[in-house]
Design a protein around this ligand. Sequence first.
Ligand SMILES: O=C(CO)[C@@H](O)[C@@H](O)COP(=O)(O)O
Length: 238
Amino acid sequence: MTTTLDAYPQTVRDAVAQARTSVSALHAELPRWGLVVWTAGNVSQRVVVDPAAGPGPDDLLVIKPSGVTYDELTPESMVVCDLGANLVDGTRAPSSDTAAHAYVYTHMPEVGGVVHTHSTYATAWAARAEPVPCVLTMMADEFGGPIPIGPFALIGDDSIGRGIVETLRESRSPAVLMRNHGPFTIGKDAKAAVKAAVMVEEVARTVHISRQLGEPLPIEQQHVDSLYARYQNVYGQH
Ligand SMILES: O=C(CO)[C@@H](O)[C@@H](O)COP(=O)(O)O
């Protein structure tokens, strides 16, 4: 049975309203950073319905409507679904990747945001099903190693989501390049997932260019580990 937003307490409705605003604004970052064309790509944010209990299977997600151009997206146009990808609130059909996002939220409770793009260089690596090797300190910082390849999966059910989870569970990377498709990224919230989408395109481009000039040199694992620990725990403002 489909539940509507009215069935949720005011605290959840308020959290959904905040997520609508932030997810709508974060969608604008995808064309801004050159990560998508036309209506490709999508961003979602988990809404925890019981903060005292923490993330769980009854959570909601806020995502863009399918096939709507970025200049038309507004907080009001965002769509709310449960983790069964059932519509809870919204006037338009949810993103065609909603089942994939929902699968990730169901099986990775630590994930609060998911992003999908077709950014050029990362998608070119996905077309060859070749992991991006960890040859840059920026990669060690953000990805903790190579950027992995996920399996080929058709859209429409949870096979993309299953491929994302099976791949990222075995990696420190917040990004996976789904074979023949493109990058999916995760984060503690949607903003972190958007950052990972920006960074995966940046390093995919740099490593591609480096490869045209010669063979990039790997970074020793001990240095990858120390760079990752510093960036994840010390870098920036605390
Ligand atoms: O790659 C896919 C589906 O996986 C695209 O259709 C996707 O980027 C955009 O679809 P939506 O407009 O979010 O339904």
